[in-house]
Design a protein around this ligand. Structure first.
Ligand SMILES: Nc1nc2c(ncn2[C@@H]2O[C@H](COP(=O)(O)OP(=O)(O)OP(=O)(O)O)[C@@H](O)[C@H]2O)c(=O)[nH]1
Ligand SMILES: [Mg+2]
Length: 632
């Protein structure tokens, strides 16, 4: 966040804001104009992303461009609208007011899109009106008289196809004029600002008034709406088909789910191998000091365990990007909506929840596509119940140690796979139950009615996809890395001190071991002792950390070489009932600081993450207790 603010504060280049309704092509045009010279951060205190970039102008100078979230107006009903209005009015901390605007609209839907023109022109800033998607307008037989429209509104107009780059040069001309202090648009003569309006007008009337005004303007400009897209109609007859629609949807879900696991595996193995071999190299090169221990056992292992998830996250966002930009996501939401509605969530919650199988962190970010705030909160609250990949190492260890390798359903499924599947099921049940409860209590509201306008199918822009993946990896590595780094360093330090007389750290006497003893009374009812207690504490950083911690505590040299030994020690030390309890605990409890941190950011405060952590911990503990009692 600070970097991009610095970009804005330290330069005197003019600032131009890109405004427009959702899906009008703002980001595509932004990427055309700025390329790689852009930064993403969040606006201070809120979850709305701030995209700023530098535009190289024709005269060799440059200016700053900010891409705003899509809005229908400035009524400040949603967070996006509030942020957009604040940016445009220069009220946002750490950001100066824009010197000029580019209002970009989808020219195939002028009647709807120009509703934004009046509030934008009221800002009295030099404004360029961009009629985007002109390729689609032409293709489908639509028309509009730019000059008449420009005269009527008193602004300059440029037609573009942001995806192919047509008209981008004309936008650059305008920006160059802004930089030269000679913005093309004479905003003083606007006729729209003279439209009589009464403050006491009820909102509905003001809206109706505006709608009529826009319809007149569009008529005067000879707008001929384009015919329906033949291709979209044909595709919808398949994708929204009563029978094939859900089947294709299911296939897409399976494809995404599978690819997160299968395609990512070689990449993850590669990264793991790199981290391990570089760790080994460090061990052999560096002298045996506390510093080496911190670097290798603490930082390298800890941060490495997070970086390993990057391929899964990139594949996930690649799919989400393709699905969103192609227009399929809107159809998928329509199809998923009915079953999600019963739970109390929106159809749009489906894919974020599905992504939770890889990792809750990107899944919570993906929930930004849910526009209703209560629905989004309910969705991100239940997301960590989905069985993320960090639970797998824990499940794998405990299942291997305690569940016999017997057939369950003849040749189709073994008992071990059955238990694993059961744990996945447990997560789903908890998520559904919790969503149901939330929507009837804290987040009481019917799921937002589903009146989504279906966009036409479009071929996603590779440039936009690639830039988004780049953003995602940067954000993920920066944020997750920072947390894991801190936590691992602190945990490592706690295993090292206080030192015993012999000088070697005795884990039972270390600060961490002492914490284990403090926790012991709490987990004694589950049949667990201080060792597992320590594991539960360290796994707060990331669930899979417990595997390594138990390995260390039980004096097993390395978890890898001795995983068989670790299994044997566990079998000796933990009862079957306690192990089942532990499995249930990990299915429910929020043992993941990255998720907590991301929840704080995405919900804008500590309230939700604290509630979520406490609730999931309670559920985990009670579940483990019940399981322990049943199997004891
Ligand atoms: N055919 C066509 N498609 C376009 C054009 N410009 C953008 N698109 C596509 O329209 C979709 C939406 O574009 P975005 O740039 O993400 O729109 P946006 O205004 O940033 O959307 P939000 O940020 O969600 O408000 C994408 O699939 C683009 O590839 C264009 O000129 N012609
Ligand atoms: Mg955008």
């Amino acid at each position: 966040m600070h970097d991009s603010q610095a970009v804005l504060d330290t330069t005197l280049a003019p600032l131009v804001a890109l405004v427009g309704p959702p899906n009008s092509g703002k980001t595509t045009l932004f990427n055309q104009l700025t390329g790689l010279r852009q930064k993403v951060a969040n606006y201070p205190g809120v979850t709305v992303e701030k995209h700023v970039g530098k535009v190289g102008l024709k005269d060799g100078r440059e200016l700053d461009l900010v891409d705003l979230p899509g809005v229908h107006g400035f009524s400040a009903r949603t967070l996006d609208e509030r942020v957009t209005r604040d940016v445009l009015e220069g009220k946002l901390e750490g950001m100066r007011a824009p010197d000029a605007l580019v209002l970009i609209v989808d020219s195939t839907r002028l009647e709807n899109q120009l509703m934004l023109v009046e509030p934008v022109l009221e800002l009295e800033l030099p404004t360029l009106l961009v009629l985007n998607m002109s390729d689609e307008l032409d293709e489908r037989g639509g028309a509009v008289d730019d000059e008449a429209l420009a005269r009527r509104l008193g602004v300059d107009i440029v037609r573009t196809s942001a995806r192919t780059g047509v008209g981008v040069s004309a936008v650059l001309d305008y920006l160059t004029a802004v930089q030269a202090g000679d913005p093309a648009a004479p905003y003083k003569e606007r006729t729209l600002t003279n439209v009589p309006r009464s403050v006491s007008l009820p909102v509905v009337d003001a809206f109706a008034h505006r709608r009529k005004l826009v319809r007149d303007i569009v008529d005067e400009a000879g707008f001929v709406p384009p015919g329906p897209s033949k291709l979209s109609e044909r595709l919808d007859s398949v994708f929204l088909h009563r029978l094939f629609g859900p089947l294709i949807f299911l296939a897409v879900v399976i494809l995404v789910f599978q690819s997160i696991f299968t395609w990512a595996v070689p990449l993850m193995d590669g990264i793991e191998w790199m981290i391990e071999s570089s760790g080994t190299w460090l061990v052999t090169t560096l002298p045996d000091t506390w510093f080496r221990s911190l670097l290798v056992d603490g930082v390298w292992a800890g941060v490495g365990s997070v970086i390993v998830f990057l391929p899964q996250i990139l594949i996930l966002f690649l799919f989400l990007g393709i699905l969103e930009d192609s227009g399929y996501m809107a159809r998928a939401a329509v199809i998923a909506d009915r079953s999600m509605y019963r739970v109390g969530l929106q159809g749009r919650a489906f894919l974020p929840l599905l992504s939770g199988y890889a990792c809750a962190v990107p899944a919570i970010l993906a929930a930004r596509t849910i526009d209703d705030e209560r629905d989004r909160l309910a969705t991100i609250f239940v997301t960590p119940f989905m069985t993320c990949s960090a639970r797998l190492p824990v499940y794998a260890l405990l299942i291997a140690a305690f569940i016999p390798d017997e057939p369950l359903l003849g040749p189709f499924m073994g008992l071990r796979a059955g238990v694993l599947l059961g744990l996945y099921g447990l997560g789903i049940v908890a998520a559904v139950g919790t969503a149901f409860l939330l929507k009837r209590t804290l987040l009481k509201a019917r799921p937002a009615s589903f009146l989504m306008e279906l966009p036409p199918y479009r071929i996603p822009s590779l440039r936009t996809l690639a830039l988004r993946l780049l953003d995602r990896s940067k954000i993920f590595l920066k944020r997750a890395g920072r947390i894991i780094f801190t936590v691992t360093v602190v945990l490592w330090a706690m295993t090292q001190f206080p030192r015993t007389e012999s000088g070697a750290p005795e884990i039972e006497q270390s600060a961490l071991g002492q914490i284990g003893h403090v926790i012991e009374p709490a987990i004694a009812p589950l049949g667990l002792d201080w060792r597992v207690g320590v594991g539960l504490v360290t796994s707060l950083a990331a669930r899979e950390v417990i595997v390594g911690t138990l390995g260390t505590i039980y004096g097993v040299e390395t978890a890898d070489e001795g995983s068989l030994e670790l299994i044997e020690v566990l079998q000796r030390d933990i009862t079957f009932a306690s192990a089942i309890g532990l499995l249930v605990f990990f299915a429910f409890a929020l043992q993941c600081m990255s998720t907590v941190a991301v929840m704080k950011r995405e919900s804008g405060g500590w309230k939700w993450p604290i509630l979520q952590f406490a609730y999931m911990l309670f559920l985990g503990y009670m579940g483990a207790f019940v399981a322990f009692r049943i199997f004891a």
